[in-house]
Design a protein around this ligand. Structure first.
Ligand code: TRP
Length: 445
């Protein structure tokens, strides 16, 4: 079988597509809003470049050295206790769990992309009513939009790495950038832009608390798609002679820049129309549509561009979540890609429906576990438990199990010895210890 590999640019765009997602477009702005703005942005940059990037390189090493799915990668590269290390690869279940609720949110975005063409709520009450009744009462519509998104993602991944995943990323990522630039160009003409830029770019350290540190690391992890095998499996299809270091840095920079551009656009509207930046999750679905409404016809166009951008960002991430497990089933059990996806799809579809039902009045009471809705349980399990475990196992595996020489052969051509040693120290000690401290703190609160 000819190896189904990315082209160099395809690899960069696909990993960037995985990284740039609702985490950047949605979580990043509202967390920045809640944590007082620019100082949090700095903290996030610090976490991304020091801890996130170190683990990112670690996952690339595991993927490239093994050219395998996550489970077999750990098994293949471990010199002893192969059967035990294999379990580290099962953190890829986290990717499937994330996909279950993530595609539900993309479904909401699709509904909004369609709705805003003709309808924009005039004030916050009207907007809350629209989102509230969709979210809490309208299971049928939510399932409808979720189903479209679900089949679209499965279809794309069923086409394979090159003609599915790469092809979609190669046009969606540039389109996303173009949409962002158009919106940014418009924001630039508004008075709110200066305030927005100040809010995001001039640090005010008085707003930072200890919890901001935890939040920033969690966000860095989430937006880089770390800890659940995605970067491992994409790197397994990396073309030879790719400059691993410059490609990774390009990807991480794209990820950060997209988040900041998105934030600039969103906060320009927020400041222009006197809304509050710290309002949390409702920012995108409740507040922004009312702000667009103030611009008349142009508002509809901008709102459509905005939700389409979110849609592209979301889909390129969602498809990446399906790949690790698919790859595993194909390799381990000789399944065809379609059969593997059918199996995974049934799981994701059922979990997605339960997520939707867990917000519906009259049903949600039955879907509360440990005091959380089913949706929140999946989010908690993946972000607070599986991703940190994945991050720690990757750093220990790369730091202590894989031979240092093998790593140097891989990275040596692209980084100086000094940089390599710094990275090696980060991944052995700094990254795992930080993740442990941060996770324990997060779990206690
Ligand atoms: N990075 C994506 C975002 O910012 C989402 C994401 C989180 C993800 N974890 C992942 C994507 C794991 C793929 C795999 O929205």
């Amino acid at each position: 079988m000819a190896q189904d590999k990315f082209s160099k640019i395809g690899f960069i765009l696909a990993v960037a597509g995985s990284a740039v997602g609702l985490g950047n477009a949605w979580k990043f702005p509202y967390l920045v809003g809640q944590n007082g703005g620019s100082a949090f942005v700095l903290l996030y940059l610090f976490m991304t470049f020091f801890i996130g990037l170190a683990i990112f390189f670690g996952e690339i090493a595991i993927g490239k050295l093994s050219e395998s799915d996550p489970v077999n990668a750990f098994k293949k590269l471990a010199s002893k206790r192969k059967e035990a290390w294999k379990f580290a690869g099962f953190t890829m279940i986290g990717a499937i769990i994330i996909a279950s609720f993530y595609t539900v949110i993309i479904g909401w975005i699709l509904k909004y992309a369609v709705m805003v063409i003709t309808e924009l709520p005039k004030d916050v009450e009207a907007s809350e009513k629209i989102f509230g009744s969709f979210y809490a009462n309208d299971a049928a519509s939510q399932i409808f939009y979720f189903t479209i998104v679900f089949f679209l993602c499965i279809f794309i991944v069923s086409k394979g790495i090159k003609s599915g995943i790469e092809r979609v990323n190669v046009w969606m990522m540039p389109s996303l950038l173009i949409l962002l630039i158009i919106m940014l160009g418009y924001s630039f003409t508004m008075d709110g832009f200066v305030q927005s830029a100040k809010f995001l770019l001039v640090p005010d350290f008085s707003k930072l608390g200890v919890s901001s540190i935890l939040t920033a690391l969690g966000l860095a992890f989430f937006t880089l798609s770390l800890g659940v095998g995605v970067i491992i499996v994409y790197s397994a299809s990396l073309p030879d002679n790719t400059n691993l270091v410059s490609s990774s840095i390009i990807i991480v920079v794209i990820n950060v820049v997209m988040g900041i551009l998105m934030g600039l656009v969103i906060f320009t509207f927020v400041f222009e129309f006197g809304a509050t930046p710290s309002q949390g999750v409702g920012l995108v679905f409740i507040s922004l549509p009312t702000l667009f409404a103030k611009l008349g016809t142009l508002g509809h166009v901008l709102a459509f561009a905005f939700f389409s951008a979110l849609l592209f960002a979301g889909i390129t991430s969602a498809i990446s979540m399906l790949e690790p497990f698919t790859h595993y089933l194909i390799r381990e059990f000789g399944f065809s890609r379609k059969k593997a996806l059918a199996l995974i799809g049934v799981f994701i579809y059922c979990m997605g429906i339960l997520c939707i039902l867990s917000s519906i009045e009259g049903i949600k009471e039955n879907l509360v576990f440990f005091g959380k809705s089913f949706f929140d349980c999946l989010d908690f399990l993946s972000s607070n438990i599986i991703m940190p475990i994945g991050g720690i196992t990757v750093s220990i595996f790369v730091g202590f199990v894989i031979k240092k020489d093998a790593l140097y052969i891989l990275f040596g051509p692209y980084m100086s010895r000094a940089v390599f040693e710094i990275w090696y120290f980060m991944i052995r000690f700094v990254a795992p210890i930080s993740i442990v401290i941060i996770t324990i703190n997060a779990l206690r609160s």
